[in-house]
Design a protein around this ligand. Sequence first.
Ligand SMILES: *[C@@H]1O[C@H](CO)[C@@H](O)[C@H](O)[C@H]1NC(C)=O
Ligand SMILES: *[C@@H]1O[C@H](CO)[C@@H](O)[C@H](O)[C@H]1NC(C)=O
Ligand SMILES: *[C@@H]1O[C@H](CO)[C@@H](O)[C@H](O)[C@H]1NC(C)=O
Ligand SMILES: *[C@@H]1O[C@H](CO)[C@@H](O)[C@H](O)[C@H]1NC(C)=O
Ligand SMILES: *[C@@H]1O[C@H](CO)[C@@H](O)[C@H](O)[C@H]1NC(C)=O
Ligand SMILES: *[C@@H]1O[C@H](CO)[C@@H](O)[C@H](O)[C@H]1NC(C)=O
Ligand SMILES: *[C@@H]1O[C@H](CO)[C@@H](O)[C@H](O)[C@H]1NC(C)=O
Ligand SMILES: *[C@@H]1O[C@H](CO)[C@@H](O)[C@H](O)[C@H]1NC(C)=O
Length: 295
Amino acid sequence: MVATWKLWLSLFSVCSLLCTAVTQLQLEPLNSAVLQGSDARFNAIVQGSWDIMTWNVGGHLVLTVRSPSEIISSENYNATFCSSGQGACVEFTIFNVSRTQAGPVVCSVQGSYIPQIAQLSVQDSGTVSITGGNVTVMKDQQVEFQCVTTGWFPIPSVSWNQNGQAVNSSLYNTTSMAEGDFFNSTSVLKIRAVSNTKVECTVTLPSLKTPQSSSVFMVIEPNYQDEMRKVRAESLNNAPEHQKGQVNLSYVPDNQIKVTPNVLQENGQNNLKTPGVNNTAGESGFMKHRHLTIV
Ligand SMILES: *[C@@H]1O[C@H](CO)[C@@H](O)[C@H](O)[C@H]1NC(C)=O
Ligand SMILES: *[C@@H]1O[C@H](CO)[C@@H](O)[C@H](O)[C@H]1NC(C)=O
Ligand SMILES: *[C@@H]1O[C@H](CO)[C@@H](O)[C@H](O)[C@H]1NC(C)=O
Ligand SMILES: *[C@@H]1O[C@H](CO)[C@@H](O)[C@H](O)[C@H]1NC(C)=O
Ligand SMILES: *[C@@H]1O[C@H](CO)[C@@H](O)[C@H](O)[C@H]1NC(C)=O
Ligand SMILES: *[C@@H]1O[C@H](CO)[C@@H](O)[C@H](O)[C@H]1NC(C)=O
Ligand SMILES: *[C@@H]1O[C@H](CO)[C@@H](O)[C@H](O)[C@H]1NC(C)=O
Ligand SMILES: *[C@@H]1O[C@H](CO)[C@@H](O)[C@H](O)[C@H]1NC(C)=O
């Protein structure tokens, strides 16, 4: 009695091994992220003899394959037979994917096959732009850049580069807001101006082969104090003896004139000269500021 039971049990386990082995259905990939408007493809590999395969997208039966070669498809869906060493292979394609098709993609084969489910995610890439364009700043100044992305789905990943080098993420913050079926994001980067730099904001999604980016240039305007020092150094070297009595080179007025980059750009080289004061800086490139050091 016990022996018979054991025999049945071993027969059953052998069968379950063999039977699942010959009625196996495999689906790949099990996760697919594609851009809206592009095509999504899934491969089904069937072992064992089979007759009917169906594909469901968004809860609807969209395509039927009847072995060995008949394909009954609806618009925007099709399938082809592919080659696989392991069994029959069917490549299922969704053309011009839309967001409404996101979710489970179910492949079933009539018989004792377990239906296989893949997840389709449909993404959208929008626009990216660093607001404000190129900037001219003082050395050591704290500078803020804002990168705005609109019309993305899902929330994209935003990162920053400085001269092609990734910026440490502790230097920026990104916030996102839903706008209908899409997301807008704003990323704020705070850095100290050290040298002339190309600043780039890069936005990407898993489905995007080439990330999108926007870049601006940060140009350092020589710092006022630095210029003063250079001018003084040049004057000491170049000034004839008799001029030294007239010019106190170490004097710096308490209420320094604030020279903003815009003033410099708009006024040009010599407009900042104080009337009635002689320029003693010679041919120095910093001539335009020379008057500021004179008593
Ligand atoms: C579907 O694919 C088959 C096989 O590649 C092809 O012959 C047929 O024209 C395609 N049908 C559509 C509607 O694209
Ligand atoms: C793709 O689908 C959209 C609607 O989802 C439609 O407006 C567009 O014309 C389709 N494009 C092609 C190439 O069929
Ligand atoms: C920013 O600077 C770069 C390099 O000087 C220049 O090619 C580009 O046109 C500038 N962009 C704007 C918006 O002025
Ligand atoms: C980024 O900055 C943080 C804080 O300043 C620091 O702890 C971390 O090591 C930095 N990471 C990299 C990769 O430099
Ligand atoms: C990012 O946000 C956190 C929390 O609001 C704040 O502490 C941090 O200083 C911010 N960093 C930047 C670079 O703005
Ligand atoms: C998203 O960006 C668009 C385009 O700039 C703008 O019109 C809209 O108001 C933004 N929405 C939110 C919620 O920020
Ligand atoms: C130059 O100015 C500095 C700072 O005001 C002052 O200490 C110094 O005595 C002045 N030197 C001369 C030669 O006037
Ligand atoms: C400027 O220098 C010139 C000659 O170098 C001299 O004739 C003139 O008087 C000086 N002006 C002032 C305001 O010192």
